[in-house]
Design a protein around this ligand. Structure first.
Ligand code: GLC
Length: 749
């Protein structure tokens, strides 16, 4: 059925019986083999890499390393020593390796083929952080399904996504891969993406399993430095970082990837609280846990394992089921079982989880991929149009002084300047493994399709980063004959993503100098800002007349920007991370606690001035708040109605309001509902998102939006660490973002 969504975390007796029968025939070595995941190719040695890089520099061709098959891989597959491979998208090679497992190994257990398909496979969508700014789960479900269609057509059975890490620190490069700072929104996006990846009716005739990651707390890395220590309370873990994983599992995800980081001293790879108490005892989740890349071996660096054998013992006993790339399981698990250090039953339990996923995926019936399929599916018009729609809805208009935008298309002479105006590769963003630069449209491409050649003056002005040649004067000269400047600036694709933490979050390199020079021309200045994270841009925000955050928006980035600049559609995106006024504010997020001396309070009068929680050299508030985004029209909010002023802990809160399009253009508004638990048994955030709705309104049209919030959603983990919905008074808001809105009250009894 077309819109069926497969669930991989339900227990089906027929599947269990099949797995039992298989396990009964397996040797210990074959069970261990199922727990081993590797990449089929090895990187060339450093000399070979250097030679290829130098040759690419001389020829101007992209760097392309020869893919060498991992030595001994084929024999290990024939011996049943490998359960999974990943990092490969060539159907013929996948089929060749799969044939070794299915037709030449003793039991014919198929491999499960994984891949990182984070925001599209070959049709690259905007980065996930951008996608989350659509506040449109249904659209994201369609985008995830499109990615699964292409990936499955090229032999992928298992997608290492969605990345559901809550992130409140833009210094962390992987903020690009998630859905921002809020657990409620993050949970909605996690659910949507799992449903999309695990959709039924894929044209490949096969299925894909999702793998939410990185379990858990990875986004709380201290100082925003990737892989750094995570030392958060169990309450924060449960109330902020775990909800998106629970949502992913409730949507049917049957696997999860554990994280690199420690959690308060115990690495996530071996953490009994998260891997056993929460996952198995509290949530009764039967799925399979795969480690992150060599994270088992990294336990030695963490200083909790003396050697690889110890790392393997700790991991398997804590509840890890499959080891990615490092070889603790392959090299030492049999020995550990023989010594009695690891019970065979634990190895069997892990193998069961792997086999259950393979059976549910139908791999035993359909192990091979149809190598003819990609030709007419990859980059098909349906997916390209979808990528454009997601890109349009993901972009966030932060400023539009004097309603400079939208621009009239006719008679315009545009200076299109900045290092990202024609940066094809960077449109793909981070984690676009199988995307290709030649598929991407730049802003310059799209504008040239809409305006005559002599109406566009282009100059890059300076490189994105580094000390390469700059020609800021040339960029200023390009503006001379123009009546509007379109400056396309920001980060390169590889300035965000894994191992891409930044300590300075302004425009990189000499781009601010470029902006200063463009500002000095006095011409109307539209800034199109591309990045993989919230940037710190107080000066740029001052200089821009209009400021459109375009993120790294995928292969249709150019058309989406042009459509918004010329008003084919109104911007509708809203921020899902707070944009700091300065790095010193980080972490800054809307759902913060009030403290005993809030800025809004009286403070303590110890001396002449009241002592409050504030900075003496800047504001507490971010430059742009969570949930913020402008439109080409205006919306009025009125008539808030709390239809259920008193509810019990099992009831539904019903709140409504009227939203009117009071401008002249049709547009979509993301209406948001927040609550505040005014008094709790533990301190509670000053606001929490508990509902949102996209609404399309014609000029002059008014609609009532009605939210129904289960009282259960108002709970938190109390002093005893148990989830509780406490009686008491609540505030509720319906508004356009996290700082504005109509306020009401209700009570839980
Ligand atoms: C990486 C990432 C993880 C990815 C895995 C396989 O290091 O942490 O997100 O899925 O390795 O590429």
């Amino acid at each position: 059925m077309k819109d069926e969504v497969y669930r991989y975390n339900d227990l089906d007796p027929a599947v269990e019986a099949r797995v039992d029968a298989l396990l009964a025939r397996m040797t210990l070595a074959e069970k261990i083999g199922q727990l081993v995941q590797t990449t089929p190719f090895v990187m060339p040695d450093p000399d070979e890499m250097q030679r290829v890089i130098e040759q690419a520099q001389q020829t101007g061709q992209p760097v392309q390393f020869m893919q060498r098959l991992r030595p001994g891989l084929e024999d290990r597959i024939r011996a049943g020593g490998i359960g999974s491979i990943f990092g490969i998208n060539d159907g013929a090679t996948i089929n060749a390796l799969q044939r070794l497992a299915v037709e030449e190994s003793r039991l014919g257990i198929p491999l499960i083929v994984g891949n990182d398909v984070i925001h599209g496979f070959r049709t690259i969508f905007p980065i996930p952080l951008a996608e989350s700014c659509t506040w449109n789960p249904a659209l994201l479900e369609r985008a995830a399904r499109a990615a699964a269609e292409e990936a499955s057509a090229c032999g992928t059975d298992w997608i290492f996504a969605p990345m559901v890490d809550i992130a409140r620190d833009g210094r962390w490069g992987r903020i690009a891969e998630g859905a921002g700072e809020d657990p409620f929104l993050g949970a909605a996006m996690a659910r949507a993406r799992v449903r999309g990846f695990q959709a039924g009716g894929l044209r490949s005739g096969r299925r894909v399993a999702a793998c939410p990651k990185h379990y858990v707390g990875y986004g709380a890395a201290e100082a925003g430095r990737d892989y750094n220590t995570v030392d958060i309370s169990e309450r924060t873990l449960r109330d902020v970082y775990l909800p998106p994983f629970k949502a992913a599992f409730d949507a049917g995800a049957g696997s999860v990837m554990s994280a690199f980081n420690e959690i308060a001293g115990i690495p996530a790879t071996i953490n009994p609280l998260t891997l056993r108490t929460i996952l198995r005892d509290e949530w009764s989740w039967p799925g399979m846990v795969v480690s992150d890349y060599e994270a088992v071996a990294e336990l030695i660096q963490h200083g909790v394992a003396a050697d690889l054998k110890e790392a393997g013992r700790l991991s398997i006993l804590a509840g890890l089921d499959m080891e990615m790339v490092s070889t603790a399981f392959a090299d030492h698990l049999a020995e550990l079982v023989a010594e009695g250090a690891v019970p065979e039953s634990r190895v069997e339990e892990a193998a069961r989880r792997v086999l259950r996923l393979k059976v549910r995926l139908g791999l035993f019936e359909r192990p091979y991929t149809d190598e003819t399929l990609p030709a007419h599916l990859i980059l098909c018009e349906e997916f390209r149009s979808l990528a454009l729609e997601v890109a349009r809805q993901s972009m966030v208009l932060l400023k539009n002084a004097g309603n400079l935008l939208p621009l009239a298309q006719g008679g315009r002479r545009l200076a299109v300047v900045g290092p990202l105006a024609d940066a094809r590769q960077d449109m793909l963003g981070t984690w676009a493994f199988f995307g290709r630069a030649e598929d991407a449209e730049t802003v310059l491409d799209a504008l040239r399709l809409r305006l005559p050649e002599d109406a566009i003056f282009h100059a890059a002005g300076c490189p994105i980063v580094g000390d390469g040649p700059a020609d800021i004067a040339g960029a200023v000269a390009a503006t001379q004959a123009a009546d509007v400047i379109i400056a396309v600036v920001g980060e390169s694709a590889n300035m965000s993503g894994e191992a891409r933490s930044r300590m300075h979050l302004g425009l990189p390199s000499r781009q601010q100098a470029l902006m200063d020079a463009l500002t000095a021309t006095g011409k109307p200045l539209v800034v199109v800002l591309m990045s993989g994270r919230p940037l710190v841009i107080p000066r740029l925000a001052e200089q821009a007349d209009a400021l459109l955050v375009a993120w790294h928006a995928g292969i249709r980035a150019g058309s989406a920007v042009a459509d918004l600049l010329f008003g084919a559609v109104s911007p509708s995106g809203k921020l899902t991370t707070s944009w700091p006024a300065a790095e010193g504010q980080i972490p800054v997020y809307y759902a913060h606690k009030n403290t005993g001396r809030p800025m809004t309070g009286a403070g303590a009068l110890q001396f002449a001035e009241p002592f409050k929680s504030r900075y003496i050299d800047g504001p507490n508030e971010p430059l742009f708040p969570f949930g913020f985004g402008l439109s080409y029209t205006t919306f009025a909010y009125r008539d808030l109605r709390v239809e259920t002023p008193i509810i019990g802990p099992e009831d539904i809160l019903v709140v409504s309001a009227t939203i009117e399009n009071t401008g002249l253009r049709p547009a979509e508004e993301v209406v948001q509902l927040y609550v505040r638990d005014l008094v709790g048994s533990v301190t509670r955030p000053v606001k929490e998102l508990k509902g949102f709705r996209r609404m399309a309104l014609q000029p002059g049209e008014a609609q009532v939006v009605r939210f129904e919030v289960p009282a259960h959603d108002l709970g938190f983990h109390g002093p005893d660490m148990k989830y509780v919905v406490e009686p008491g008074a609540f505030a509720v808001w319906i508004g356009p973002n996290s700082v504005e809105g109509l306020e009401g009250r209700f009570e839980v009894r």
